[in-house]
Ligand binder design. Structure first.
Ligand code: ADP
Length: 804
C-alpha cells in the first residue's frame, strides 16, 4: 500500500512538471477547425497532439478567427499558432521554426457550374477571401502588378461567411489554399480550378523570440517524422489530404460492389448449376453407356461363336457360362450345363473341373493354352473341340476363361483336303500328261514328272517363268502375251505352241490351264500340257485333204453348173440346127426330081451341120482346155500372110453369114507385113475368127476393123473393133465367163454358144498375153489382146520357146 501511494505521488509530480502550451486554432478545414462536437480537429491539431505527447506538453486549445488569434499570440494569451504561411512581413512579428510543416499554394475555387481555366478569365470577376489571410494580401497588393488587370476582392471574417458569399453569388469565386479541396465544404458543388498562385510553406509560429524551445521541439519532432515513412506525419497527410469518397459515391460504390457480387454469385450459381447439370448428364450418359456396354457385353458373351466358361482365378470356382455352351452341348438350361460340364472332362465335380483347368495352366506355365479334345453332346454324339484356356480379368476380377469351339466341320474339311491333296499327288505323279500349278500371281509352283518328260525341262527350271525358255522363239512372245492376258482376266487359257527340246527336237504341245478359286478367292491355275505333235501331223494332213476335197467339190459344182447351163442354154442352139437337118433331110426324097429345091435343101442342111459342128467344136475345145489337153504348136509365121489368109476365109463366107451393111476391113501396117511372129498359128487364127465373128454378129451395119500393132519391141497387139450394139459395163464383167451371153442377146437373137470369148481368153493367156474389152452400148466394141514377142514358157506347149 505504501508502495502504491509512493507511485501515485511520483505520477502527480510528473504531471506537475508537464508544460502547458496554449495553441490557437480557427476554421480552415481540413488543416484545423472546430468539429461538430465543438472540439479542435484537423491535420495541425492531430500533429500538435502527437508532438505534445512526445514533448509531454499539456495542450490547451483556444478558438478564434485568424485576426483574433494573431492578436492573442502577440498579446501572449496563446503560445503557439499553427498553419501560418511564411511571409517576410510575418517574419518580423512572429518566430518561425525552420522545417516547413506543409507546402501550399493559393487556388481559385468556383461552383461546379462555372469554370475558370486561366488567370485571364478572372478579369472583372469578384473574388472572395478571409480577412487577414495571405490571399487577401496577395490579391490586394500583388495581383494587379503581376497580371496587369483589376479584380474585385471581397473580404469575409470567417470561412463560413466566405462560402455563403460564393453560394449566394456575391462573389464569382474564392481564393483559398490548396488544402481547401480536402475539406467537407468543398464537396458541395465547389470545384478547384487549375488557376493557382504563390506557392509557399506553412509553419507553427510563436510571438517573436518568446518560445524558441517550443519551435525547436517542433523542428526536432518534424525532422524525425519526415525521416520515417511510417510516422504519424504521413498517416495524417493521408488521412486529411486524400480525397474521401462522398456518402453517395460510397453508396453507389457499395451498390456496384453488391451488384457485382450478386452478379458474380448469380453467374457462379448458374455456372455451378450448369456444371451440375452437365455432370448429371455425363453421369446419366455414362450410366447409359455402361448399361449399353453391359447389354452389349451380355449379347456378345451369349452369342459369341465359342462356348465360354468363366472361372475365378483364385479358387477356380465357376462364375459364368454362356448360352452358346448350352446350345453346343444340346443341354436344356444353364443349370444343366453347369452340372454336366464336368462330365465331359471325365471329371465328376466342378471342383475337379477347376482342378483340371488349374493343372493345365500350371503345366503350360503360360497365360494361354490351346488343346484339342473329343467331347460328348447331350445326345451322346462325340465331336472334336478346341479348348482355349486364357487368364484374364473380367469385371475387375482375375479370371480364367475357357473357350470351347466345335471344330468337327473343320476337322472333316481338313481330312477332305488331305485326301484331295493325296489324290492330286498320285494323279500328278502317274498321269501321262504334263500337269502344272501356278500361284495367284501366275508363277509356276509345281510341274509333274510327265510335264518334265514332255518339255525336256527339269522341274526346278520350270518354276516361276522358267518354262518360257523352252518355248520356240517364234511362239514365245505370243504364248507369254496370251498367258498374261488370260491371267489378268482370270480366264481359262488354251494355247498350242512348239517346245524346243535341249537336243533341238521340236514338238507341238497343247497347254490348257483352268483358274482355281478357293472360298471365292483366286488361288492360281491348274493346267495340263499334252504332246500333240502326232495330232498336229494328222490335223495337217486332214486339212490338206479337206482342201483337196473342197477344190474337187468346187469343180464338181462347177461341172454341175456348166452342165445345167449347157443343157438350158445349148439345147435350143443344138436343137435348132438338128431340127433343120432332120426336117430338110425328110423332105429331100419328095423333091429329088426338083434339082433346084434339092440343092436348096442340101445347102440348108449343110449350114445347120456347120452350125452344129461349130457349137460342138466349142464345147470340145472348152473341155480340152479344162482337162489341160490343149497342145500349143509354135512356129514362125509371116504376119502379112496370116492377115491375107484370114481375109480370104471371110471372102469365101466360110465362117459366118455376112450382111451387106457391114464392112469388114483388115488393116496391117506395111512395116509388119513381113514380120515373123513366133506363135501357134492355129490358136491365133481361132482367137481372131471368134472375135471377128462376134463383131460381125453384133454389128447390123457399119464396119468391123481388124488390126495389129507393135507396142514397144516386146508386144504385139491385135484388135477387132466394130460399130455394133456394144456391151453394157455390167455385162463386160462376165462376157469371158462360160456360157455367159449379154442381155441384149435376149432381144436380138443371134446364134451362139456363150463359149467363144471363154476360148479366146484361154488361148490368149496360153500364148502369154491378156485380153481387154472397151465398149459402149449402141456405139460399138473394141476387143484387143497382147501377144508377147519374147520367149514364153507354158505348161501346155511342147515346144516351149517363142522367139522373135
Ligand atoms: P456367143 O457365142 O454368144 O457369141 P461369146 O462368148 O463369143 O458367145 O460372146 C459372149 C457374149 O458377148 C455374146 O453373147 C454377146 O452378147 C457378147 N459379145 C461378144 N462380142 C460382142 C460384140 N462384138 N458386140 C456386142 N456383143 C458382143
Amino acid at each position: 500500500m505504501k508502495k502504491f501511494i509512493l507511485f501515485f505521488l511520483l505520477f502527480l509530480q510528473v504531471l506537475a512538471y508537464a508544460k502547458t502550451v496554449r495553441v490557437g486554432y480557427y476554421d480552415n478545414e481540413p488543416k484545423l477547425f472546430r468539429n461538430r462536437y465543438g472540439k479542435p480537429d484537423g491535420f495541425f491539431i492531430e500533429l500538435t497532439n502527437a508532438i505534445a505527447r512526445k514533448e509531454r506538453w499539456n495542450v490547451q486549445y483556444v478558438y478564434g478567427s485568424w485576426s483574433e488569434l494573431v492578436n492573442k499570440l502577440l498579446n501572449g494569451e496563446i503560445d503557439l499558432l499553427p498553419d501560418v504561411a511564411y511571409t517576410p512581413e510575418r517574419d518580423n512579428i512572429f518566430s518561425f521554426h525552420s522545417i516547413p510543416v506543409l507546402h501550399s499554394w493559393l487556388q481559385v475555387y468556383t461552383l461546379s457550374n462555372r469554370s475558370i481555366s486561366s488567370v485571364h478569365q478572372l478579369r472583372g470577376k469578384c473574388i472572395g477571401v478571409i480577412k487577414g489571410s495571405i490571399q487577401e494580401k496577395f490579391l490586394l497588393e500583388d495581383f494587379q502588378n503581376m497580371y496587369g488587370f483589376n479584380i474585385c476582392v471581397k473580404i469575409y471574417e470567417t470561412g463560413s461567411e466566405l462560402l455563403e458569399a460564393l453560394y449566394s453569388e456575391q462573389v464569382d469565386c474564392i481564393l483559398s489554399s490548396r488544402f481547401f479541396q480536402y475539406s467537407r465544404d468543398c464537396e458541395k458543388n465547389i470545384i478547384p480550378s487549375s488557376v493557382v498562385f504563390n506557392s509557399g510553406s506553412l509553419f507553427y509560429v510563436t510571438a517573436k523570440n518568446v518560445h524558441d524551445e517550443l519551435l525547436n521541439a517542433i523542428d526536432r519532432n518534424l525532422q524525425q517524422m519526415l525521416n520515417d515513412g511510417s510516422s504519424i506525419y504521413y498517416r495524417l497527410q493521408r488521412k486529411w489530404f486524400d480525397h474521401k469518397p462522398s456518402f453517395w459515391s460510397i453508396i453507389v460504390l457499395i451498390s456496384v460492389i453488391v451488384a457485382v457480387v450478386f452478379l458474380l454469385f448469380y453467374i457462379h450459381s448458374r455456372f455451378v448449376q450448369n456444371i451440375i447439370n452437365l455432370k448429371t448428364r455425363e453421369i446419366e450418359y455414362a450410366y447409359q453407356q455402361l448399361e449399353k456396354k453391359e447389354k452389349n457385353y451380355r449379347h456378345l458373351f451369349e452369342n459369341i461363336i465359342d462356348a465360354v466358361v468363366i472361372f475365378d482365378a483364385t479358387d477356380y470356382s465357376l462364375l459364368d457360362i454362356n448360352e452358346r455352351l448350352v446350345r453346343l452341348f444340346g443341354w436344356t438350361s444353364k443349370q444343366e450345363a453347369k452340372r454336366r460340364l464336368c462330365e465331359n472332362f471325365t471329371l465328376c465335380s466342378q471342383q475337379a473341373l477347376s482342378n483340371f483347368i488349374q493343372e493345365f495352366l500350371e503345366k503350360s506355365q503360360t497365360d494361354e493354352i490351346t488343346v484339342e479334345r473329343t467331347l460328348h453332346r447331350a445326345d451322346g454324339v462325340v465331336f472334336h473341340a478346341q479348348l482355349q484356356i486364357v487368364r484374364g480379368s473380367f469385371n475387375q476380377r482375375d479370371v480364367v476363361i475357357l473357350f470351347i469351339r466345335d471344330i468337327e466341320k473343320q476337322k472333316r474339311t481338313e481330312q477332305q483336303a488331305r485326301k484331295a491333296t493325296a489324290l492330286f499327288n498320285t494323279l500328278a505323279l502317274n498321269a501321262p500328261v504334263g500337269i502344272f500349278r501356278t500361284d495367284a500371281s501366275g508363277k509356276t509352283i509345281y510341274v509333274n514328272p510327265a510335264w518334265c518328260e514332255i518339255t525336256g525341262v527339269s522341274d526346278t527350271k520350270a518354276l516361276d517363268y522358267g518354262w518360257l525358255d523352252a518355248i520356240h522363239p517364234d511362239d514365245r512372245q505370243r504364248v507369254y502375251r496370251n498367258w498374261i492376258d488370260r491371267l489378268s482376266k482370270l480366264l481359262p487359257s488354251k494355247e498350242e505352241f512348239r517346245i524346243v527340246h535341249p537336243d533341238g527336237k521340236i514338238i507341238w504341245v497343247l497347254g490348257y490351264a483352268i483358274p482355281q478359286f478357293v472360298d471365292g478367292a483366286f488361288d492360281g491355275y491348274v493346267g495340263t500340257m499334252t504332246d500333240v505333235t502326232g495330232l498336229k501331223d494328222i490335223q495337217h494332213r486332214l486339212e490338206m485333204l479337206n482342201q483337196q476335197f473342197a477344190e474337187a467339190h468346187q469343180k464338181a459344182e462347177e461341172a454341175n453348173r456348166l452342165k445345167t447351163i449347157f443343157f438350158s442354154n445349148l439345147s435350143h442352139e443344138i436343137r435348132t440346127p438338128m431340127n433343120a437337118i432332120s426336117g430338110f433331110a425328110s423332105l429331100l426324097p419328095q423333091f429329088l426330081h426338083d434339082h433346084e429345091k434339092t440343092k436348096h435343101f442340101v445347102d440348108l442342111i449343110q449350114k445347120s451341120v456347120h452350125q452344129l459342128l461349130s457349137i460342138i467344136n466349142d464345147i470340145v475345145e472348152v473341155s480340152l482346155i479344162d482337162t489341160g489337153q490343149i497342145q500349143l504348136k509354135f512356129e514362125h509365121m509371116v504376119l502379112g500372110d496370116f492377115f491375107d489368109h484370114l481375109k480370104s476365109l471371110y471372102d469365101l463366107d466360110l465362117y459366118i453369114e455376112r450382111n451387106d451393111n457391114t464392112e469388114l476391113i483388115f488393116q496391117i501396117p506395111d512395116s509388119l507385113k513381113n514380120f515373123e511372129l513366133y506363135t501357134d498359128r492355129a490358136k491365133l487364127q481361132q482367137i481372131m475368127i471368134n472375135l471377128i465373128n462376134n463383131a460381125l454378129k453384133f454389128t447390123p451395119e457399119g464396119y468391123v476393123l481388124v488390126e495389129c500393132k507393135m507396142i514397144g519391141n516386146q508386144t504385139m497387139v491385135f484388135s477387132v473393133k466394130d460399130t455394133g450394139i456394144g456391151i453394157s459395163l455390167k455385162d463386160q464383167k462376165y462376157i469371158f465367163e462360160r456360157f455367159y451371153r449379154a442381155h441384149h442377146s435376149d432381144t436380138i437373137h443371134v446364134k451362139g454358144s456363150g463359149l467363144g470369148l471363154t476360148i479366146v481368153k484361154s488361148y490368149v493367156e496360153m500364148l502369154g498375153g491378156n485380153i481387154y474389152v472397151v465398149s459402149e452400148p449402141q456405139k460399138g466394141s473394141l476387143f484387143y489382146f497382147t501377144h508377147p514377142l519374147k520367149k514364153i514358157i507354158t505348161s501346155n506347149s511342147a515346144d516351149q520357146t517363142s522367139m522373135m
